[in-house]
Design a protein around this ligand. Structure first.
Ligand code: UGA
Length: 430
């Protein structure tokens, strides 16, 4: 199949590369010349395990190209994926400007039947919006079908998730369009759900908001555990063993961050409002999440008798492991809080250090995990990178001023940390 993917952000690049790997002719389009130059040379613009090999294979095999003209890419393709960003507006609604511009450009290239696929996370009704924009440019109605095909990949395992999705959701009005998508995804041999466009759009928001709710739920339970002397890990294990609940996304911690959950939960609140429903439950999901890191910091603040003049070491800075993404990362909230209270911060992350320093120049970067604690009054485990799990804790604390550990992700056992001489505190237990 001849495919164009517009936008080489996280979703666009991974989708394009994986579809090329399935033997499709894929043109990835972007308007950023610096990005294009890197991508054409096989250099990924995001940190994602497995991406570089797959990109190189696609480029060398001639299945993958990177171009700057949407119009030309549309002319050469049967199916066009829109994968541009839909960042949040100040009020939590989605900013659809990029989607609208791309839809207008796509219209200019349509000279035969094309299927236009919304891969970006867009509010209910956006499928119709894209179709209306294309038709408003004089394109005949029988030359275009719009499909909603939301993406469920996670950063850090994006290639694997795209190759092994739990389900593939295809929302469309016309059978012909659905068949094209079924053909593209058939080699993955995964379950497909064919539905209408609005339902497909809502599945994405429903899924992300539900997962965010699970996280906030267990984080609320973690607060009760701390007060009751219970252990949230055991509570989560016992709850998750019920197959109706499931064990995933019940990891209590500092709360959810990243580019998706915070944005999508807020967007669903706004979408619901627009449709006349007050989704109060989701407001609570957000409120619990916003308070989770603050509560953790307040506990540390109390132990230290205030942050003024104290140096705090941060282990991990990315919003989660295996990514250099720092959007809505908890490290940012932590740095802001400590610095606002007169403290200073030193951090280490395997890949995201420089990116955080760009936003917070007051952050001192340590060259390694073992040196982050030198002279520090406390250490916070912020991001649970695998490489931190087996650290020699004695060495980690060796040069700390006070061996006080606040483990925000429950990455270490209390016994092991105490054996290494740490005073150890974590989320959801005493
Ligand atoms: C999320 C969804 O999991 C994907 O299915 C979806 O495609 C994606 O958003 C998107 O909309 O693009 P992602 O944001 O990459 O993926 O990361 P997750 O692994 O879902 O983690 C999100 C946040 O929740 C992280 O901050 C993580 O630390 C936190 N989390 C996750 C917890 O605090 N506890 C958990 O049990 C699981």
């Amino acid at each position: 199949m001849k495919i164009a993917v517009i936008g080489t952000g996280y979703v666009g690049l991974v989708t394009g590369v994986v579809l090329a790997d399935l033997g499709n002719d894929v043109i990835c389009v972007d308007n950023d010349p610096v990005k294009l130059d890197k991508l054409r040379r096989g250099i990924p613009t995001i940190f994602e395990p497995g991406l570089e090999e797959l990109m190189k294979r696609g480029l060398q095999g001639g299945f993958l190209r990177f171009e700057d003209s949407i119009v030309n890419a549309v002319r050469e393709s049967d199916v066009i994926f829109i994968a541009v960003g839909t960042p949040p507006n100040a009020d939590g609604t989605s900013d659809l400007r990029a989607v609208k511009i791309v839809a207008s450009e796509i219209a200019k290239g349509i000279d035969s039947y094309k299927v236009v696929v919304n891969k970006s996370t867009v509010p209910v009704g956006s499928g119709d919006l894209v179709r209306d924009i294309i038709i408003s440019h004089g394109v005949s109605e029988d030359l275009v079908d719009v499909v909603s095909n939301p993406e469920f990949l996670r950063e850090g395992s994006a290639i694997y998730d795209t190759q092994h999705p739990d389900r593939i959701v295809i929302g469309t009005k016309r059978r012909e369009a659905a068949i094209k998508l079924v053909e593209i995804y058939a080699p993955l041999e995964r379950p497909m759900l064919i539905t209408d466009i609005a339902s497909a759009e809502l599945i994405k928001y429903g899924a992300n908001s539900f997962l965010a709710m699970k996280i906030s739920f267990i984080n609320a339970i973690s607060r009760i555990c701390e007060a009751a002397g219970a252990d949230v890990a055991d509570v989560a294990k016992g709850m998750g063993a019920d197959t109706r609940i499931g064990s995933q996304f019940l990891q209590a911690g500092l709360g959810y961050g990243g580019s998706c959950f915070p944005k999508d939960v807020m967007a669903l609140i706004r979408i619901s409002e627009g449709l006349g429903y007050d989704f109060q439950l989701l407001n609570d999901v957000v409120a619990i999440n916003d308070d989770q890191t603050l509560h953790f910091l307040r506990r540390l603040e109390a132990k230290l008798d205030g942050f003024d003049g104290k140096l705090i070491a941060l282990l991990g800075l990315a919003f989660k492991p295996n990514t250099d993404d720092i959007r809505d990362a908890k490290s940012l909230q932590i740095i802001e809080y400590i610095v606002s209270k007169g403290g200073s911060v030193r951090g280490f992350d395997p890949v995201a250090g420089e990116l955080v320093k760009e936003v917070h120049p007051e952050l001192e970067l340590a060259p390694s995990a073992y040196s982050v604690g030198d002279g520090a009054d406390a250490l916070i485990l912020v991001t649970e990178w695998n490489e931190f799990r087996q650290l020699d804790l004695e060495r980690l604390g060796e040069k700390m001023k006070r061996k006080l550990m606040f483990d925000g992700r429950r990455a270490y056992s209390k016994a092991a940390a105490q054996r290494a001489g740490f005073e150890y505190y974590t989320v959801g237990s005493n």
